[in-house]
Design a protein around this ligand. Structure first.
Ligand SMILES: Nc1ncnc2c1ncn2[C@@H]1O[C@H](COP(=O)(O)OP(=O)(O)OP(=O)(O)O)[C@@H](O)[C@H]1O
Length: 221
């Protein structure tokens, strides 16, 4: 249920702009715990810029308010260039997500945390594989796992399924849904894929004509 007590992020009258060009005016919406909110809209309406604006203004003014800390939020960006010969293994790459590690190697507890997210993201068979040898879908699950290792309360996925085939898209979203159920995190998911919105979304925040409207997916049909 959506109540004040499980409110994670509150955006109020937010203007989104690039270089003095307004993209979205007076945007207001709420994000609740354990929900998956899809951010939809045509190319160029400002979805990624909206996320960047939220990250920049997070708890800095009345427009973007949250009870969680900025460090409890993880953003998985749209594009990453991983060469085929990128040598770090899946396990070690995920370990880089542990922000407070003091030692240059992982402690036993930290290794256990990495192992746990490897299981959550179904990467057990790939733990010792170099990241560069993984498929696009596997790499997306690795990025998700790296973000999860710091136990975020809000996870932002920017077009994580854009370059994936159907099977890999569903697998990634199945994993995201099980992460929400298991950890209680909330997810903001930028996507162009109406099938994914219908199948996995709780809310659809649609951006069009420089404005945003949020609706439960079931009523948005
Ligand atoms: N740093 C920047 N400087 C100038 N213009 C920018 C900058 N970043 C984005 N834009 C422009 O702002 C508009 C919105 O871009 P944005 O990437 O937020 O859209 P989007 O809705 O995420 O698009 P897509 O679905 O194609 O990823 C685009 O016209 C883009 O070219």
């Amino acid at each position: 249920m959506s109540t004040e007590s499980n409110l994670i992020l509150s955006v109020r009258d937010l203007d989104v702009a690039v270089k003095n060009r307004k993209l979205i005016n007076d945007l207001s919406f709420d994000i609740f715990a354990k929900t998956l909110t899809c951010v939809t809209g045509e190319n160029g309406v400002g979805k990624t810029t909206l996320i960047k604006t939220i990250l920049k203004q997070f708890n800095k003014n009345e427009h973007v308010q949250s009870k969680i800390k900025r460090s409890d939020m993880q953003y998985i960006p749209q594009l990453r260039n991983i060469d085929d010969d990128y040598p770090l293994t899946v396990f070690d790459f995920i370990g880089l997500g542990l922000q407070h590690s003091i030692l240059p190697w992982l402690s036993k507890k930290e290794k256990q945390s990495v192992q746990k997210v490897i299981e959550m993201t179904k990467l057990q068979d790939l733990a010792n594989t170099p990241l560069g040898s993984c498929s696009g879908g596997e790499q997306q699950r690795v990025y998700l796992a790296q973000a999860l290792v710091s136990q975020p309360k809000l996870l932002i996925l920017d077009e994580s399924t854009a370059s994936l085939d159907k099977e890999a898209k569903f697998m990634l979203l199945d994993v995201v849904k099980s992460v929400i159920a298991e950890t209680g995190a909330s997810v903001l998911f930028i996507t162009h894929d109406p099938v994914l919105v219908q199948q996995y979304g709780d809310y659809d925040l649609n951006i069009a004509n420089q404005a945003g409207t949020i609706k439960p997916v079931k009523e948005a049909q």
